[in-house]
Design a protein around this ligand. Structure first.
Ligand code: ADP
Ligand code: MG
Length: 696
């Protein structure tokens, strides 16, 4: 039997290990770095490195690697062995503080969005001591940030760390106004529910589209999809259960609190949710979890698909980003609490979020924008592309009362809002609304737009930046009243003013309905349907101002990120379109023509014999016409891709792909799917949807 507490975090160099492996003095010095941000001196670093090395070697490691999160969308690692020559021609295992703290990988092959010329290739990785080192596959992994020689940031972790610092600074000052004298640090927390698909590896091997793009570019819908709702929370089939058990074990060893596992809505779709932790660690762990999910699948003869839309016609996968803030004295700032003063604090924070999300809906939207996620958002399976907030009936009524300046009546008692007795909201005072992109769920917000394969750093640093901005706005307004008699009055007045202006962002109804699209337009809420509509707003003046104000990005860095995202969009579509053309020409059209030939042969033979050949005649004509259309579409698609590649300006190119390539891809797929439905199963060269999603 698995002894979970014994294996938990057994591959992590965490606080527990440090206490036993470091001298008291070194441990204390290191904690000062973590807790108070004191720089790490080289002597301490040397002691740490040595202890880490000893520990890692005991765990089977021979190498170490600086592990970072460049703008490619996956993590990066380069492994160095601990080996050092000894004078007698032998080897010793050595690891210095310098090697722990800093690395110098060649940065020239990572996306930088024009920030760094290829000629100046040097990049630095620097250890982020706030995230734990761990051992995996024979290497000691050191979580690091990644910056260029000249200091521009080239990764996703640095802005996240910066946003957490900024938010903490601002939030501590904000909390003072409400009498929180002991809070010295506010940390953002995240729990990322991760959706994924599992299919048989043998099926995957036969699908070039899955191999090259992560999603099926062809495939007729099977007779049965998810209409029976018989997969969600369904009992786990043995192979899936075995996979999940193995996955849990691997995640636990890496110190990831994998908590929940279940079948999701679509056939072959599942979910893993960990217990929340600090955003920094949560982001690292989510990246790690995705990697482990893929690797464990292979051991079971399965492939784990993390793409946002691997199969058309059934739900795609997302990543619910549960977000909150907690203080070092143990308060969850989004917990409504039960004392009046805390409620006033909570309501102010809530209004700060309302104001922030309304003012920066574009940033929230673009934080979840990608070619893959474009297939999900607004397709009645995930939130629409319109940002709104769900608060639930009770909270909404409380805010309405503040806005109207009236008393809020509950079944239990009546009170004057914001003065003496604000309600205590039971944890489940909010209902669930699965259609809302940004929903209050009792003690946190759940941002549901994020794509399943995304790194969660981006949505979180943008959200942190937005909240930092708003908390500092509220602080400026309210600080003069702090500790005065007029304080509560001032808070109430300010909240009323904010709500009157920003109430439009709150929507508790059905986010999938057409009526909401119309209503949102009436309210003036932006609806950026695709990545190419959303992404250019990154560089809007107000957004650049916000990000540079808190030292998260320079204006150049914002521009660079925008370009990287748009380039990635174009490249993704280019690869997808070319994969379609190739599969059409080398697999699907030849298969169709072979069948036409077979039909014609039979037709001729039957005619000679004087038989009726009605079916052959019908099918041959139909398929012959479809094959022509298929061929022409492949020609057309190829030309359009070539034209797109000639467009030089980055945004224009992405738009070209969106406007002209995507629709030809869809046309071509429709032709192919029509053919697939009438082709004999044994002649169709790639596995069908039924074979892929119903055979595990
Ligand atoms: P559901 O699917 O019902 O929304 P799950 O249990 O699948 O709920 O996931 C909820 C997620 O929210 C978990 O990862 C949980 O740890 C996380 N969560 C709970 N409290 C907080 C918090 N204060 N901050 C961030 N995440 C939280
Ligand atoms: Mg869930």
């Amino acid at each position: 039997m698995l002894n979970v507490p014994a294996i938990f975090a057994s591959n992590v160099f965490n606080d527990q290990v440090m206490r036993t492996r470091l001298s008291k003095a070194v441990y204390k010095q290191f904690r000062r770095t973590i807790d108070q941000g004191e720089p790490l001196d080289m002597v301490t670093a040397d002691f740490l490195a040595n202890a880490m090395k000893e520990w890692a070697i005991e765990k089977g490691a021979t190498h170490y690697t600086h592990w970072f999160q460049p703008m490619t969308g996956s993590t990066a690692e380069k492994h160095d062995s601990f080996i050092t020559p000894s004078p007698n021609g032998m080897a010793i295992m050595d690891f210095s503080g310098k090697a722990l703290v800093k690395g110098e990988p060649d940065a020239s092959s990572f996306p930088s969005g024009g920030l760094r010329r290829t000629s100046s290739a040097r990049g630095y990785t620097a250890w982020d001591p706030t995230s734990y080192c761990f051992v995996k596959g024979g290497s000691l992994y050191i979580p690091t940030v990644f910056v260029s020689y000249t200091g521009e940031i080239l990764d996703k972790k640095t802005p996240l760390l910066r946003s957490m610092e900024a938010l903490s600074r601002v939030a501590v000052r904000f909390l003072r106004i409400f009498g929180n004298e002991n809070v010295t640090r506010v940390t953002t927390t995240v729990g990322a529910e991760q959706e994924y698909f599992l299919i048989d590896k043998a099926m995957w091997d036969q699908r070039e589209d899955l191999i090259l793009t992560g999603r099926t570019l062809f495939g007729a819908k099977p007779p049965k999809g998810q209409e029976l709702d018989d997969q969600y929370f369904a009992n786990l089939r043995p192979r899936i259960a075995a996979y999940m058990a193995d996955l849990d074990e691997e995640l636990w060893k890496l110190g990831i609190y994998s908590k929940t596992k279940h079948n999701e809505v679509a056939p072959a779709q599942h979910e893993m949710a960990p217990i929340f932790t600090t955003t920094n660690l949560g982001t690292d762990q989510n990246e790690l979890a995705m990697e482990v999910m893929e690797k464990v699948a292979l051991k079971h003869g399965l492939v784990c698909l993390l793409h946002e839309k691997p199969f058309e016609g059934v739900n795609g996968s997302g990543k619910h980003n549960n977000w909150s803030m907690s203080t070092n004295d143990g308060q969850n700032l989004l917990d409504p609490g039960d004392t009046p003063m805390e409620n006033l604090q909570f309501l102010t924070i809530l209004c700060a979020l309302i104001k922030g999300v309304d003012e920066h809906a574009d940033l929230m939207r673009l934080s979840a924008a990608s070619a893959g996620n474009d297939h999900r958002l607004g397709a009645d399976e995930a939130p629409p592309a319109i940002i709104s907030m769900f608060l639930g009936e009770e909270l909404d009524a409380v805010l309405q009362a503040i806005e109207d300046g009236t008393a809020y009546r509950t079944q239990v008692r009546e009170f004057e809002i914001g003065v003496n007795a604000l309600p205590s909201f039971p944890k489940d005072s909010t209902d669930r609304n699965r259609t809302s992109p940004f929903a209050f769920t009792g003690n946190r917000f759940e941002f549901r737009m994020v794509g399943s394969s995304d790194n969660i750093a981006c949505p979180n640093f943008l959200l942190n930046a937005i909240v930092a901005e708003e908390l500092s706005w509220f602080t400026e307004k309210l600080e003069p009243f702090a500790g005065t008699e007029g304080f509560e009055r001032a808070v109430k007045d300010l909240l009323r003013e904010v709500l009157q202006k920003h109430r439009r962002i709150i929507f508790n109804g059905d986010g999938y309905s057409e009526a909401w699209v119309q209503e949102a337009a009436r309210r003036g809420l932006p609806n950026y349907a695709s990545t190419v509509d959303a992404m250019p707003h990154y560089t809007d003046e107000k957004n650049v101002e916000l990000l540079s104000k808190f030292g998260i990005f320079t204006p150049d860095e914002v521009k660079a990120r925008t370009e990287i995202h748009l380039e990635k969009y174009s490249k993704t579509l280019r690869i997808e379109a070319r994969t379609m053309v190739e599969m059409a020409r080398t697999q699907l059209i030849p298969a169709t023509l072979r069948y036409v030939r077979e039909l014609c042969d039979t037709l001729a033979l039957k005619k000679q014999l004087g038989y009726s050949a009605f079916t052959e005649d019908e099918l041959a004509r139909k398929l012959s016409d479809l094959a022509d259309a298929f061929y022409i579409s492949a020609q057309e698609l190829e030309q359009r891709v070539n034209r797109a590649c000639e467009v030089k300006e980055i945004l224009e190119q992405a738009r070209f792909f969106h406007d002209h390539v995507l629709d030809e891809m869809e046309r071509m797929r429709t032709i192919s799917d029509t053919i697939e439905r009438i082709m004999p199963r044994d002649l169709w060269p790639i596995p069908t949807y039924s074979e892929m999603i119903y055979n595990v």
